[in-house]
Ligand binder design. Sequence first.
Ligand code: MG
Length: 383
Amino acid sequence: MKTQSINILGSTGSIGTQTLEVCRERGIKVNGISANSNIDLLERQAREFKVKFCHINNKELLSELKIRLKDTSVTVTGGEDGLCDFAVSGDADTLLTSVVGSVGLAPTVAGIKNKMKIALANKETLVAAGELVTAYKEKYGGEIIPVDSEHGAIFQALMGNDIKKVRRLILTASGGPFFGRNKAELKNVTKKDALKHPNWEMGAKITIDSATLMNKGFEVIEARWLFGITDIDVVVHRESVVHSMVEYEDRSVIAQMGVPSMKLPIQFALTYPEREESTVEPLDFKKYPRLTFYEPDLETFGCLRLALESMKKGGTMPLCLNAANEVAVEYFLKEKIGFTDIERTVEEMLTRHKSLTGLSLEDTLRLDRELKEETKKYLEELS
Ligand code: MG
């Protein structure tokens, strides 16, 4: 069903602002927006889109936001504990989740329970609790449409085909800024080096995840839960033009292509099942005389290997993978640890973790907090 009215979790980030561009261009009503702390942009967005609900996670900024929007009729709320209520506020039929990390889990479940279409841009939710979220989705008969470019591609390549005839999914990876380097060369790369992505402009956390290839590992797990398929291969494709592929039993491979722009999967998630006019630049094949494909280097980019192993082991291993990674990336961005320490930390936490199964949402959220605390403790002792 095409989106009529939307609530956006994370409206001031890269995906959030591009989603608002699509809403502006396609005339989609924006019911509610939320952000962590970018109060200036949040206020501007609230005014431009005449939203009904506006939420700020950082509670210290709540009174300031209320004062700023005093002359409007916007309902202003704050605090991470209010995110679930915000997610389902008003008459929005779609919830776009573009927050970073497992903080997206509870509001996503709230949206599913409220029978909203979930436009999922928060992959950590499916990594941390894919089985649980899928169970909720089935119970409430909901719809999760991927906003990630790879999953948007697979979603499109599956349309009109029998999913039982799929042989494997092929996820493409840009390879990140450190493609072609070996492990020793990665030891001294800086935050600045890691934040320079060749093809995509994204938030800091996902850019680091792309540099370690953890992002691709997360995406394999995300694909496994979105499509219910476990045969998934990763190929490094430097040009980011083939967004991903599906191979069928007859060996036909269907790819979805386009310029590297997140507006493409965002718009399709909102207008699906319809296709509408877009301002995205058309793909000019002559600009890409060579499309390349390589085997990923699991030796150098151990985070991808760890993610694939966690998925195979199942249970709460992917939850641990994500929790340890979230904390390690935070420490790397604060320049408290080195680049290769991210992988080392995740591997150490996975080795310590005893996997559990069948956890409730509350138990999952509690374990997520515990694992993050434990990772912090490990990193504090290290430094
Ligand atoms: Mg992606």
